[in-house]
Design a protein. Sequence first.
Length: 381
Amino acid sequence: MTQDAPRPDKASPHKASTDKASPDKASTDKASTDTASTDTARPAVGITALGAYAPPKVVTNADFEARLDTSDEWIVSRTGIRERRYSEPGDFASDMGVRAVQNLLERFPDGLEGVDTVVCATGSPDAMFPATASLIAAQVGLRGAAAFDLSAACSGFVYACSVAHALVVAGTARKVLVVSAEVLTKIVDQGDRNIAILFGDGGGAVVVEAVPQGYGFESFVLGSDGAGAGSLYIRCVADRLPGNIPMGQYTYMNGREVFKFAVRVLGDSGLAAMQKAGLGSKDVDWLIPHQANIRIIESACERFGIPMDKTVINLDRYGNTSAATVPLALAEACQDGRIKDGQQLLMVAFGGGLSWAASTMKWYDRAAHAAKSKVLAEVGA
Ligand code: ACO
């Protein structure tokens, strides 16, 4: 059903950034894109501001126990999830995104100055069009900025970062606001114990722009396999997928198939991203994985040789917020001081498509650099 996950690139890690994988390094039935930014001749591009939002309404495992044939014990042991956040009936993806951007502005008041492009990664957009990115841009003072949505399900944030990175490297954009915004709970059958217990709502926002050399994104590994589309989907215009797979009203997921796929691609793509950047697992300070299932994350950690205590986990409190899980985890670990300037990060994600995405990045803490510059200026250095 699923296909080969990305293999480590045998070519030089210093090659151009958006080349298609060539047949000699990829199985012929797949297309994947490996990009790297280890070439010091190109501008370093990274994240300079970030924020996140999760709605206040908490839905616990006990709430599901009260209305579905399930138990806290089953949910915790099979997924690691204890509670998740639900948006209010009148709130949609753009609301999650706007509040994540507002949180970014609280942390980085000048964070949006000069933003010329907005990309929103979402699998639960407000509308087919206009883009949720346009709706968010208009509400956060960015009217006139280029704005578009990116559909790569739970891999969407890493995909969107790669697009933002490429736009800045190419000079097409100077400063890109990447927003992940999801309200999956509204398109999941709340009466189906197989899927309802997994998802929560939320948003994350980061600003991508030039950073000092030595910092920022080092590698991206992206891939997808539409032959696995029937394992995970939500209807839009068509009433069936290729292969005559009928689509109903709600999100469909074959949990076992997605689980097997996830275990394979998370490990393969993460290892490929590390190799692309010339890193070993010992170099990684923090793994930030898509938060879908603790067992999938444990298996990836084992493949990488990265211990769980170097892995950012918050699925116990938020469940799977699709494209928003990685920025939510990143923002949380930055805010509580776990992630520090100069540390090496590895982000890995998988989702509908089926899709996968991984990236390595040397963290640039803009606030820490600003504070250091201020001290140096005060002492006249
Ligand atoms: N409570 C109690 N029993 C349950 C529940 C529940 N909430 N859900 C399923 N079961 C039952 C099943 O009916 C099944 O019963 P049966 O053996 O009598 O048929 C049994 O538990 C085992 O079911 P499995 O599907 O084999 O359970 P599994 O261990 O695979 O766990 C799960 C299911 C949690 C869904 C797991 O497969 C998983 O996490 N898969 C990956 C999901 C994922 O990562 N999705 C990402 C989506 S991202 C995006 O792009 C939107």
